[in-house]
Design a protein around this ligand. Structure first.
Ligand SMILES: [Zn+2]
Length: 111
């Protein structure tokens, strides 16, 4: 089922749920990468005593970073909903139209 824009009939339409999922993924990845940067690094020669232990330590730091970034990500999602979607369900990326779900906007050919 493809949602089409009510104005320009474009299929390049984002829903609030899709946007939220994308923002969550980006926020978690951002926090994970920040956490990894804070993990203890390898020696200047690049060797570590326990490569597995070092990798697990980096993953723990990354998960910790993702968790600590959660509040910022949620705030970003709330602002995005408020200012970009303004209470509507869908945003057309071609013309910028905002609209809600409607049985009339579904195209049966797009399955
Ligand atoms: Zn449109």
């Amino acid at each position: 089922m493809t949602i089409r824009c009510l104005i320009c009939n474009s299929s390049v339409v984002l829903s609030q749920e899709e946007t939220q999922a994308i923002a969550l993924l980006i926020g978690l990845l951002d926090g994970f990468l920040k956490g990894i940067q804070g993990a203890p690094s390898a020696t200047p020669g690049g060797a570590v005593a326990s490569p597995l232990g070092h990798t697990v330590s980096m993953m723990v730091e990354g998960i910790s970073g993702a968790t600590s970034n959660w509040a910022d990500t949620q705030a970003f999602i709330r602002e995005h909903r408020k200012f970009h979607f303004m209470g509507y369900d869908h945003l057309c990326l071609r013309c910028g139209a905002l609209f809600d779900d409607s049985p009339d906007v579904e195209s049966p050919l797009d399955g």
